[in-house]
Design a protein around this ligand. Structure first.
Ligand SMILES: [Fe+2]
Length: 290
């Protein structure tokens, strides 16, 4: 019975992922080993690795159609951020990067809205995908997230929306580009901007003021899988202009299968907090802000 289900799953997933080019259901396959080695090397060197045409065109069309069917349910949020997503610190000089705030506007189609037959949900719930990501980023065990809203949403940006320069708090991000707008919505980054020992505030400051000397563009084409380590690379999504949207699926993998967002964060980004967010908040092992 189990074997039948597994076979059935793989048949469905062969419709979603180009398994001929990326045989990720077989981690011992020479092409998969080579692929994982290349991903690791690129992540070490620049913090990012892109797998073009990872999603099959028909599946990509289904994801896009799903996102558009759910468009009226996008939770839009707007907030000013510094690159560290911290509060203003009036003890620092006014032009310090920690005091440089830019406005973000973006939205999420929460994961609990994904349709029953969603290709994105099937991809996310497929254990081989979690294993493959774990191999690429060199982290195991890795889990899909328990947060019902944030585990695998579609992020959406439209005309006039912008996601400013920042570092990520988490170690790595996995994303699938679903749609790119007519103009803008370009992923820009400065690899290795900071290290554990050096915040490199001077260069961060120069980049925030418009210095392009170290900025690189990472071309996202719909269907590509992007792996990105954003803790040390400063990055942003440039303003979206004109027709079309920037739609990106964010399958999120975590080290702790029990954790969920704090209620406040969940409300801020996903528009609500569920009982699980309150229940698990009291069971946290530490009192860190997030
Ligand atoms: Fe980020």
């Amino acid at each position: 019975m189990t074997r039948t289900i597994a076979k059935h799953d793989n048949l469905r997933l062969a419709d979603i992922v180009d398994l001929e080019r990326y045989p990720i259901d077989d981690l011992e396959h020479p092409r998969t080993r080579e692929l994982i080695a290349r991903c690791r090397e690129q992540l070490d060197e620049t913090g990012c690795s892109v797998l073009p045409d990872f999603i099959r065109p028909a599946s990509l069309a289904r994801m896009k159609a799903e996102a558009y069917r759910l468009h009226s349910k996008v939770y839009w949020s707007e907030q000013s951020h510094n690159p560290y997503m911290t509060r203003d610190d009036a003890t620092l000089p006014e032009d310090h990067p920690k005091r440089t705030f830019q406005r973000r506007t973006s939205g999420f189609i929460n994961s609990d809205l994904l349709e029953h037959s969603s290709d994105l949900r099937a991809l996310y719930d497929w254990h081989a995908m979690t294993q493959f990501v774990g191999e690429c980023v060199g982290v195991w065990p890795l889990y899909t997230w328990a947060d019902p809203l944030a585990r695998c949403p579609y992020a959406v940006m439209e005309d006039g929306h912008y996601f400013p320069w920042h570092f990520d708090g988490n170690e790595f991000t996995v994303s699938v580009s679903v749609e790119q707008p007519q103009e803008g919505g370009v992923f820009e980054y400065v690899p290795n901007m900071r290290t554990l020992d050096d915040e490199n505030y001077d260069q961060v400051s120069r980049t925030l003021k418009g210095d392009r000397s170290q900025v690189q563009e990472l071309v996202w084409r719909p269907g590509a899988l992007q792996l990105f380590k954003g803790r040390f690379a400063l990055h942003r999504v440039t303003a979206v202009r004109g027709k079309g949207a920037w739609i990106t699926a964010l399958p999120t993998y975590v080290l702790d299968p029990e954790s969920v967002n704090r209620p406040e964060r969940s409300k801020q980004f996903y528009g609500k907090a569920l009982p699980i967010h309150f229940e698990r908040e009291t069971r946290r092992p530490d009192t860190l802000t997030d």
